[in-house]
Design a protein around this ligand. Structure first.
Ligand code: ADP
Ligand code: ADP
Length: 237
């Protein structure tokens, strides 16, 4: 059984003041993501990638269709049942979304505070995570003292804090230079390989998909127009 399974998923945003027409950001998407995949989602800006990911993360409700995570259909579930599903999914972002007023350790500890971990367990977990992402010596630094690549490492450590099975990366390397991008992608591969975390990588950059994804879906105007193993979709004869 697929870890994430989408069937005929539609997301419509109500009409805007602009033209009175509803926007179909996701227009009938079906796809399966297996546990252990690094699944790339590629497409131009406005294709519907971020919307699709917000649906999988249960941050927004779908208009119709079926979205199963680990066999549970999220569509129509009440908020109280969505919370545990959300906590099994980590997320990283293009602009990192770190708290500037908290240290590196404070940022990584944040989801553990929310989950009410006790101080000793929290400190142990934070140290372990910072070690894993190679930032053990930056625990007491603030985000504005870090490079972009280091900030994204903090983002990854924070996203992994509560041991999610799924990590969603939304344009996570789009603000980084090429060398830093490959370092961060190598870290994501380590997360996949060593922790067994299934990763969905949203990007508009073909090179990102080619360098780490096992599978890819190409999105255009809310639809998946091509999909398959990366080698089959992108191999040039
Ligand atoms: P991508 O991530 O591929 O750039 P998005 O999912 O952000 O694409 O956007 C897909 C479409 O949905 C676009 O036409 C966008 O303008 C529209 N859209 C996204 N979010 C909203 C929203 N909250 N309200 C209305 N329209 C939205
Ligand atoms: P806050 O003021 O929000 O607690 P801190 O930055 O002081 O933010 O600490 C956040 C969390 O990280 C706390 O649980 C703290 O015990 C832990 N922490 C602080 N420094 C370190 C460190 N060097 N290694 C591991 N954990 C740390």
């Amino acid at each position: 059984m697929a870890l994430i399974s989408l069937r005929d998923v539609v997301k419509e945003y109500p009409s805007s003041a602009r033209n009175g027409v509803a926007v179909r950001a996701v227009d009938g998407v079906s796809l399966d993501i297996q546990a252990g995949d690094i699944y790339g989602m590629i497409g131009y800006s406005g294709a519907g990638k971020s919307t699709l990911v917000r649906l999988v993360n249960a941050l927004e409700p779908a208009t119709s269709g079926v979205i199963e995570v680990d066999g549970v259909n999220l569509v129509g579930l009440p908020e109280r049942d969505l919370r545990p599903i959300r906590s099994g999914i980590g997320m990283i972002f293009q602009q990192f979304n770190l708290f500037n007023s908290r240290t590196v350790a404070g940022n990584v500890a944040y989801p553990l505070r929310v989950a009410k971990w006790e101080k000793a367990a929290r400190e142990k977990r934070v140290a372990e995570l910072l070690d894993f992402v190679g930032l053990a010596d930056k625990a007491g630094n603030y985000p504005d003292q870090l490079s972009g690549g280091q900030k994204q490492r903090v983002g990854i450590a924070r996203a992994l804090a509560t041991q999610p099975r799924i990590l969603l990366a939304d344009e996570a390397t789009s603000a980084l230079d090429p060398q830093t991008t490959s370092d961060v992608l190598a870290l994501l591969q380590k997360v996949n390989r060593e922790l067994g975390v299934t990763i969905i990588v949203i990007t508009h950059e073909m090179d990102v998909i080619k360098s780490i994804a096992t599978h890819v879906a190409v999105m255009e105007s809310g639809r998946v127009v091509e999909r398959g193993e990366v080698f089959d979709v992108f191999s040039n004869p």
